[in-house]
Design a protein around this ligand. Structure first.
Ligand SMILES: [Zn+2]
Length: 184
């Protein structure tokens, strides 16, 4: 990757481990520039900067925009759910279109666990209500925890539980606490 591309990626990407800002560093050992996490340069990997809707869903809007932004947008999402397209429309695994009753049941489930159906916090998986990755981020954020969500291949028991056919590739999200805290 060229120096110019790295500088571009600083604007469009964040650290995949902690969500920190990337910086372009001179790597004297290898005699070249490299893109590194500005919080901890041992972190590996970058991902696209989340959009405002995604930040809202993940409960990180206060950090990105300023204090109170999260609450304002949540209230807007409640008043005008049609403006937020994160409401689940199909079963995430089977693709079956959700009925109004399914959505009502999911809404009740979301509220019970302190989440918001309009922000994509919950979904139906094989007919079962489950918390999505955004939902986990949101809950953690509310509790003041910094978490990292990543996916690993499912084990035999989990493949059975989720009714995954033999030979199919299947990943499950795992949650871990981020040890390195991002600067606030
Ligand atoms: Zn990082």
């Amino acid at each position: 990757m060229e120096y110019k591309e790295m500088r571009e990626m600083e604007k469009t990407h964040v650290c995949a481990v902690c969500g920190g800002e990337p910086v372009t560093l001179w790597d004297s050992e290898n005699d070249c520039y490299r893109l590194a996490c500005g919080t901890d340069n041992t972190h590996n990997g970058f991902k696209r900067r989340p959009t405002a809707t995604k930040l809202l869903a993940r409960g990180r809007l206060d950090e990105a925009v300023g204090p109170g932004a999260q609450k304002d947008m949540e209230q807007l999402a409640k008043r005008m759910p049609e403006r937020f397209n994160l409401l689940p429309k199909t079963d995430n695994e089977t693709g079956v279109v959700l009925s109004p009753l399914d959505i009502l049941a999911l809404d009740t489930f979301a509220e019970k666990v302190g989440l918001n159906i309009y922000l994509g916090h919950v979904g139906l998986y094989f007919g079962e209500p489950r918390v999505t990755i955004d939902g986990y981020y949101y809950l953690a954020k509310k509790r003041g925890e910094d978490i990292s969500v990543y996916a690993l291949p499912a084990n035999v028991d989990e493949r059975q539980q989720y009714q995954i056919p033999d030979g199919a590739y299947f990943l499950l999200p795992r949650v871990s606490e981020v040890v390195t805290r991002c600067p606030r």
